[in-house]
Write a protein that binds this ligand. Structure first.
Ligand SMILES: Cc1cc2nc3c(=O)[nH]c(=O)nc-3n(C[C@H](O)[C@H](O)[C@H](O)COP(=O)(O)OP(=O)(O)OC[C@H]3O[C@@H](n4cnc5c(N)ncnc54)[C@H](O)[C@@H]3O)c2cc1C
Length: 305
């Protein structure tokens, strides 16, 4: 089906302003890389989301869900199909006693700041992770010894048949940077977090402390998707890469960060191919020198997936 035709069908259900044709994904990823998506939709509620999914199902159009695009490497050729973004448009946060229920598009920073306002502790670790709750559940995001698994009670997701199901923490099967959401391509709508009452000054102090640590150790001034590789068992990816002498190693506009070798950064001109080639070079060098396999943490999206 022609893209224009598909857009017209969607426009009868979803306001025009929430549908873009040939939207550059580089505008929606922290790596600033990614070509045009045929259609880019930002539903503001569950009805619009359900309509978009129904059209994808009825017309057999490939689709991919994104949040804040902070863990993505998208092909310069773009995406043939529909990218559905659940981010600030889909981000209500409700607090009830020590529980926070948030829609998947709420950023972790927004939830952490709300927790601070309400004097709720335990979410400080997530404040500096630049993603949404949906992306964080899918990835079981974590930092400084804590992860989403430690605070989540349940999540409402959409399954393959379009049903909304509630999954408990156990059913979410959260592991190191993985979850049932990722494995089964579920869509997170919202999640309930269980926090603890805490002292506001203490919470603020911990948030500031972790933010300082991040600023000191991570190349936050350059486009990236965070840690390029998962932590291999018994090692740190960044240390292995540094010990291979790859700090600052460049292919095109992609570079191993000199500040933190676990990060692949862009100098602003990196292409998809530059990053892929650099990732392959790092993997091979680390394998040859230390006999350790590195696996990308960043999600690589091509139209042929
Ligand atoms: C500077 C920097 C620092 C980072 N630090 C950390 C860190 O300390 N710890 C850490 O864990 N990560 C870190 N990351 C990576 C990233 O922020 C996390 O993985 C984050 O959870 C991704 O969320 P997102 O909304 O940006 O998801 P996206 O990047 O948009 O998507 C990531 C994956 O989640 C899926 N997804 C997104 N939303 C949904 C949804 N609603 N339902 C189902 N699936 C969904 C996507 O399909 C994709 O597979 C960092 C990234 C950067 C750029």
């Amino acid at each position: 089906m022609e893209i224009k035709e598909l857009a017209d069908i969607l426009r009868t259900k979803i306001p025009n302003g929430n549908i873009a044709v040939n939207e550059l994904m580089s505008k929606h990823t922290s790596f600033k890389i990614g070509g045009p998506a045929d259609l880019f939709i930002t539903p503001t509620d569950i009805v619009q989301l359900a309509e978009a999914l129904r059209v994808c199902r009825d017309y057999k159009v490939p689709f991919y869900i994104i949040g804040n695009g902070s863990n993505l490497l998208i092909d310069d050729k773009g995406f043939r199909g529909i990218i559905i973004q659940l981010c600030r448009n889909f981000s209500q946060v409700v607090v009830e006693d020590t529980k926070i229920t948030a829609y998947s598009g709420a950023t972790l920073a927004k939830i952490a700041n709300r927790a601070l306002d309400e004097g709720l502790a335990d979410f400080e670790f997530a404040q500096g992770i630049p993603g949404t709750l949906g992306g964080a559940v899918a990835m079981n995001a974590g930092a400084y010894g804590r992860e989403i698994k430690d605070v989540i009670i349940s999540a409402d997701v959409i399954d393959h048949e379009g049903n909304i199901i509630t999954l408990s923490k156990d059913e979410l099967a959260l592991g190191y940077r993985t979850s049932i959401v990722q494995k089964n391509h579920y869509i997170v709508i919202k999640a309930v977090l269980g926090l603890q009452k805490g002292d506001k000054c203490g919470i603020l102090e911990r948030m500031k402390d972790l933010a300082d640590k991040r600023r000191d150790k991570q190349p936050l001034d350059m486009p990236s998707a965070g840690s390029a590789f998962k932590r291999p068992e018994g090692h740190f990816a960044g240390k292995l890469i540094m010990d291979c002498g790859l700090s600052g190693y460049k292919i095109g506009g992609a570079m191993v960060s000199e500040k933190h070798c676990g990060f692949v950064v862009s100098d602003g001109t990196a292409t998809f191919e530059d990053v892929i080639k650099l990732i392959e070079h790092i993997k091979k060098t680390v394998k040859d020198k230390f006999d350790v396999e590195l696996h990308p943490e960043v999600r690589i999206i091509t139209s042929n997936r």
